[in-house]
Design a protein around this ligand. Structure first.
Ligand code: ADP
Ligand code: ASP
Ligand code: MG
Length: 406
């Protein structure tokens, strides 16, 4: 008998009626003779509310305690869903991350799954139980509760699907598939029928939050077929699978945007060996992930250095660089939270020239200033003012021929 892993996101479980809707979908799959393991997110907005509450206590809540708090969001929905299923006379049981043996490293707030000891889930499934696992949470080697970073329930789902060798991992969400751009921003975005792990990794890393990036990494590593689809319709969604020769090979296959970035600039940094190391080592040591780095050459032995970090790390990074600037005798440290990264992506770009020039021209036509640029052979990213992000996505989507037919 096959195993189907289903993950339901926050918008699928916003209240008891929605939880009942989810329960009906689960029992339908179960009644067809499948074994079902469900991964559940917190109700939409709850994780944010819990963070807000913690911030009312202190500006910098202790990370261990914050994870204990955040894990309650998923604990609530897991219990409510299992209760709903039992009330419908189905054998169901909820498991928290530690009970489902989701073992992680110790990086509170952004922990990585190391392995899943799927013994307990497997035993319950073998007895034909519907197992409901709280997503987004795990346990570290010291027995502490950890969380997996925003959107982490996707990763719980794919990791559990891999460990159970499930037939498929279905990700149920509020859109009916993966699109060529965020469909909530770009009405002309087209639904993609099938996308390769690599291309989805690319999109997720550039801001397409429909799947958490680590979930795609797991899916690729363990070859888990992932089906992203709507929790509210019966429509087929998007399959994320190994590369398939039948897939479309467009030069630009998607446009993504990411508003979760902030910029830090150190002005007039001495142009000497070791200075970049002094700037980035304390940032790395405090666990902040740096994305883009640009260094401009200035006259007379000085340079300006700009880099981006996630918005949540902005204040911490600014404080660190304030200290570094004094030490290395840089002139000033500036920061800006109102930026966005807009990217065009596509593996077909490898064999084409002129994509970057075209992107810059399109942005120029809208009078959108480019603050930073970074490229690889399969993407081009520009940092722009945050208020232009949606406009930029739409004009790029049209100009690169991605709009759906009317
Ligand atoms: P869930 O709570 O179900 O995990 P998320 O909000 O994390 O849902 O992810 C779904 C959202 O991802 C959509 O509502 C959509 O706005 C956003 N999204 C961004 N880029 C894309 C894309 N290329 N295709 C589909 N959805 C996208
Ligand atoms: N509840 C968590 C979040 O909001 C995890 C998830 O929904 O995947 O980020
Ligand atoms: Mg999500």
């Amino acid at each position: 008998m096959g195993i189907i892993v289903q993950k339901y996101g926050g918008t699928s479980v916003v209240d008891i009626d929605h939880i009942r809707n989810v329960a009906k979908r689960i029992t339908k799959t179960y009644d067809q003779g499948n074994n079902v393991v469900v991964i559940i997110s917190a109700m939409a907005g709850v994780t944010d509310e819990l963070i807000d509450m913690a911030m009312q206590v202190t500006d910098s809540p202790e990370k261990r305690e914050l994870d204990v708090l955040l894990a309650t969001g998923e604990q609530t929905t897991a219990a409510l869903l299992a209760m709903t299923l039992k009330a419908m006379n189905y054998p169901a049981m909820s498991l928290l991350g530690y009970q489902a043996e989701v073992h992680t490293d110790c990086a509170f707030g952004n922990a990585r799954i190391l392995d899943i000891g799927a013994g307990r889930i497997k035993d319950l499934v073998d007895e034909r139980n519907i197992v409901v696992v709280a997503g987004f949470q795990g346990i570290d080697e010291n027995g502490n509760i950890t969380t997996l970073g925003r959107g982490g329930s996707d990763t719980t789902a794919v990791a559990i699907a891999a460990s159970l060798k499930a037939d498929i991992c279905e990700i149920y969400t509020d859109v009916d598939g993966i699109y060529t751009a965020d469909p909530n921003v770009c009405k002309k975005a087209r639904k993609i029928v099938a996308i390769s792990y690599d291309e989805m990794l690319n999109m997720a890393s550039l801001g397409a939050k429909v799947l958490q990036i680590r979930s795609v990494g797991f899916a690729k590593k363990y070859n888990v077929p992932v089906h992203v689809r709507s929790a509210f319709t019966e429509e087929e969604g998007t399959m994320v699978v190994n590369e398939d020769s039948g897939m479309e090979r467009l030069v630009v296959s998607a446009v993504t945007h990411d508003k979760n970035q902030a910029r830090i600039t150190l002005k007039k940094v001495p142009d000497q060996p070791g200075v970049a190391a002094k700037i980035f080592t304390p940032i790395a040591e405090s666990g902040i992930v740096v994305d883009m780095i640009v260094q401009n050459t200035r006259a007379e032995g000085h340079t300006d250095l700009t880099f981006t970090v996630p918005k949540v790390s902005f204040e911490a990074a600014l404080e660190i660089e304030g200290r570094v600037a004094e030490e290395i005798e840089a002139e000033d440290v500036l920061g800006d939270k109102n930026i966005a990264k807009v990217s065009v992506v596509g593996v077909g770009m490898k064999d084409h020239s002129g994509v970057a020039a075209k992107m810059f021209n399109i942005l120029a036509r809208e009078n959108i200033n480019i603050i930073m640029i970074s490229t690889s052979e399969i993407r081009i990213s520009c940092i722009i003012e945050e208020k232009y992000a949606e406009l930029a996505v739409r004009v790029l989507h049209t100009a690169f021929g991605l709009d759906k037919e009317e």
